[in-house]
Design a protein around this ligand. Structure first.
Ligand code: ATP
Ligand code: MG
Length: 251
């Protein structure tokens, strides 16, 4: 059975999109057929990470959800964005950056049934092994719909008091929704902090599994949005950390 992994955070800018893009690249390098869904309808950016320009997109996830096009029409094969050839595949459902679409998506009721139908279709159309869903920060209808259908929920947070408090609400909700596997990921930890202590603090605060705590990596910060860290730095210890995280997630 293909695994659906939703990456979420309470606050913006915790590293959701970067994590999804990097894990997807590693998975495709490992020969997996990967689906990518940009559910950040407020601030979409996943397609930029794979070099997919808006001018090349005719249908978005937003169009699928309002039944204006099929899942197939809104699916883009972005495998060639990886350097050289990869044995796996990457299929992306981008979210719209059009002003009207964003404003409609933010105002309107989110059709969770349409999302429920869309992901199995994406899996079936492309014979996927795994689907990664990037979300928007905070608890909104679209995110709740994704959390309700995921196999693994990864909640990513920074070592910051406000983030710790807000994240507690999401963790509580995930438990009430009976998410099969809940995983915490610490990210953007300044180098003056002790990573093991931050991990321990996350564990004791939420009483759940911490898959990894990642440092603030200056090389990652200076990357352009069209570059994927693990592709540009395959030998970096940070890439190794992300591979360890992946083993943890899919084993
Ligand atoms: N471990 C890290 N070290 C350094 N920079 C990082 C790290 N993780 C992510 N970043 C950088 O932080 C910024 C925000 O990351 P990203 O866009 O992935 O966050 P996000 O959670 O998707 O944001 P949003 O909530 O706006 O969608 C980006 O510039 C990214 O390159
Ligand atoms: Mg993002």
């Amino acid at each position: 059975m293909p695994t659906v992994i939703v990456v979420h955070s309470f606050r913006r800018g915790t590293g959701k999109t970067s994590l999804v893009a990097n894990l997807a690249a590693l998975l495709a390098r490992a020969g997996k057929r990967v689906g990518l869904v940009d559910l950040n309808i407020e601030s979409p950016s996943l397609h930029y990470a794979f070099g997919l320009k808006d001018s090349a997109i005719t249908c978005y996830l937003n169009d699928v959800l309002r039944q204006a096009c099929s899942v197939e029409q809104a699916t883009y094969d972005v495998t060639t964005s990886l350097q050289g050839s990869a044995p796996g595949k990457l299929y992306l459902l981008p979210a719209s950056t059009r002003f009207l679409d964003i404003s409609m998506a933010l105002k309107g009721d989110f059709d969770s049934e349409a999302l429920d139908a869309c992901i199995p279709e994406l899996i079936e159309n492309n014979q996927l092994d795994i689907v990664l869903v990037d979300t928007r920060a905070g608890l909104t209808d679209d995110t709740l719909a994704a959390i309700a259908m995921t196999d693994i929920l990864c909640i990513i947070l920074r070592p910051d008091a406000q983030d710790f408090q807000g994240t507690a609400v999401t963790v509580d909700l995930a438990r009430r929704l009976d998410v099969p596997r809940l995983i915490m990921i610490g990210n953007l930890v300044p180098k003056t902090y002790n990573l093991a202590e931050v991990t321990k603090e996350i564990e004791t605060t939420y009483h759940c599994e911490v898959a990894i705590t990642l440092p603030l990596n200056p090389d990652m910060m200076t990357l352009s949005s069209a570059d994927i860290f693990v592709e540009v730095n395959p030998e970096s210890p940070f890439t190794q950390e992300l591979k360890t995280l992946l083993d943890h997630l899919i084993l």
